[in-house]
Structure formats: C-alpha cells, structure tokens
Design a protein around this ligand. Structure first.
Ligand SMILES: [Zn+2]
Length: 246
C-alpha cells in the first residue's frame, strides 16, 4: 500500500507505459526505480513505434519482462497493415509471452479486412487489444460487435492532450458495450471525470503514457475523483487486473 506525499494510498497498475530509450528515463531499470519511489506496483509496457521492425521491439519488451517480471506486463505493438502482422502477433503471444497488443490506428489506419486478422488472433488467445484511435470510431464499433474481445481505448479516445470532448463522446458510445474500456492517459481531470460520470468506475483504467506524463500525476487525477475508495481501486488497479486475468 502507498503512503506517498500526494496521498494516493492504493495499489496502482499503470496500463500505458512506453519502455525503451530514448529518453533515458524510459530505460527499463530507470522506470522500475521510478515505480519503486512512486509506489506504482505494476506497469503494462510496450515500445515506441520507431524505425526498427516491430518484431525487434516486441522481442525487446519480452526480454524486459523476463528481467523485471514483478514489475512489467508486456504488450506487443504491431502495425496491422504489415503483411505478417497476424503471424507476428501469434509469435508475440506464444513465444514471447506478451499479454496483449497495442495498436495505433491514427498512425496506421487499417482496412477492416486486415484489422480482422488481428481481432481474430486476439479472440483466439483471449488477449486484450489496446488502441489509439484515429477517425475510425464507427469501424471499431462495428468490429467490436463481431468479435468477443476486450478492447481498451487509449487516451479516452481523445488522443494525447487533444482534450476533444466530441471524440470522448464517440469513445463513450463505443464503451457502453460489454468488455470495452477507456484508458485515461493524455487527459485532464475534467475529461476523466466526464468519462466516469458517463460510464461508471468499472469502465476506466489508469494510464500515464509515460514518458509523456509521470504516472503519479495520472493517478492523482483518479484519487481526486469524487467517488468511493472502492471505485478508485477499480480504476487504479482492479479493472485492468480483470482484463489481464492476473
Ligand atoms: Zn502511448
């Protein structure tokens, strides 16, 4: 349990963390140190999308989890447009033991037929998909009706500090369905509070999008919400634990 200066005194899982240099702070052991001083219990980690093949990043994330199994839960990050995306995701799950997949559909808009290959794998292995959405709210809504998968919409659907209420409303509309959740990173208190009031505490998961934000700043938003402690615990830790079956 936590008794740090800012008063967040619950178990915390950060569901959106980018690991790997640059910057130096995102180096695996440096973020573990930050977790320890901040009393963040676990973090869902993936790499940035950069100029190396995604398989390189995904294998790296797997090795980081092997090094710090008490702290990290690894997700794959793939470009669903890649010819071998589905096969790579299967390797990430079976060989590299990654527990979910991160997509960035604003960066990689993807036709539904191709996206279905990823949804098929996620459904087959019962792993969650976490996605940053572009202008594909309708497409994603349709797919979630077709597949029995758990979907986490990153940044409440708004992007990173875009603070766009119209996008949030669209994401809320999708998240009204079962097994769809909104992750809080890249937003301010009023938008997190708006999502909470629209959907309730069972539908939100804490994320910081580190290194874009300090995880305790994101956690503090949850701590300040005008809800019972047990509801804060859902957002800080219990909802994502259930999604990940940990
Ligand atoms: Zn991110």
């Amino acid at each position: 349990m936590i008794d740090c200066a800012i008063g967040v005194d619950k178990l915390i899982i950060d569901s959106h963390v980018h690991i790997g240099e640059p910057p130096k702070e995102a180096e695996p052991k440096n973020f573990v140190k930050l977790m320890q001083t901040s009393k963040i219990d676990k973090a869902v980690i993936f790499r940035y999308f950069y100029d190396k093949p995604t398989a390189f990043s995904n294998q790296y994330i797997s090795s980081v989890v092997d090094q710090f199994p008490d702290f990290y839960i690894g997700f794959a990050w793939i470009n669903p447009n890649d010819k071998t995306a589905a096969k790579e995701l299967e390797t990430c799950i079976l060989k590299w033991k990654l527990k979910g997949v991160k997509l960035h559909l604003e960066m990689h808009p993807t036709p539904s037929e191709k996206l279905k290959e990823i949804f098929n794998i996620a459904e087959k292995y019962n792993i969650p998909i976490c996605t940053h959405l572009g202008n594909d709210f309708d497409q994603i809504k349709t797919l979630t009706k077709e597949y029995k998968i758990k979907l986490i919409i990153a940044h409440l659907g708004t992007g990173v500090y875009c603070l766009d209420l119209n996008r949030l409303k669209k994401a809320i509309n999708i998240a009204k369905s079962e097994n769809i959740f909104l992750e809080t990173s890249g937003n301010t208190y009023p938008l997190v509070d708006y999502a909470l009031k629209a959907l309730g505490s069972t539908k939100l998961v804490l994320g910081s999008d580190f290194p874009h934000e300090h995880p305790l700043v994101s956690a503090k938003i949850v701590e300040l919400l005008n809800i019972l402690d047990q509801d804060k615990e859902l957002i800080l830790q219990k909802n994502i634990s259930k999604i990940l079956r940990i």
